[in-house]
Design a protein around this ligand. Sequence first.
Ligand code: ADP
Length: 189
Amino acid sequence: MRNIVLFGPPGAGKGTQSEFLVNHYGLVHLSTGDVFRFNIKNGTELGKLAQSYMDQGKLVPDEVTISMLKEEVEKSAEAKGFIFDGFPRTTSQAEALDSFLNERGDCIEAMVALEVPENELTTRLLARAATSGRADDADPEVIQNRIDIYNAETAPVAEFYKRAGKYKAINGLGTIKDITERLVSAIDV
Ligand code: ADP
């Protein structure tokens, strides 16, 4: 299995780049944000629970997120591997992912991390609000909350993969194609 974590702050371009990477490598895209939004749209219990956190720009609790992630992985029994987008977002999630994959005889091959300055993120998210229809993109306070939580809880996840020698920093500024090329050369080394 070939498992890649696509990492970066809100608005870094993970969703955009995932689309290309899944086609290029024939992997399954697993975006925790997309799964939560799907559940919200369908009015499931999970969706109701997740929405209260997402609307405020907070993280959905680890327990809920981790068990959902495992279920999603198990749904794709035939997968050649996964692009994990938006997961892990806390060190506990990273540890849970590692032990879950290890139990299956799998592991994470690399974390590719899109680096984008904070002022650019806010600009991108506010612009995206016009087309995404996402309430969490439209409110500058919620955006700031997401960025603050990223810095406090999610950025440390990079250390976990740095220690394992699996972290690859990617400049997230430039055209979509430039960034795609950087990602592919980092993954293919
Ligand atoms: P973005 O990367 O633009 O912030 P996502 O679609 O990845 O957007 O996530 C949207 C929201 O979904 C997050 O702000 C959070 O509330 C929730 N979420 C997504 N992934 C996780 C996760 N791994 N752990 C906890 N909450 C998550």
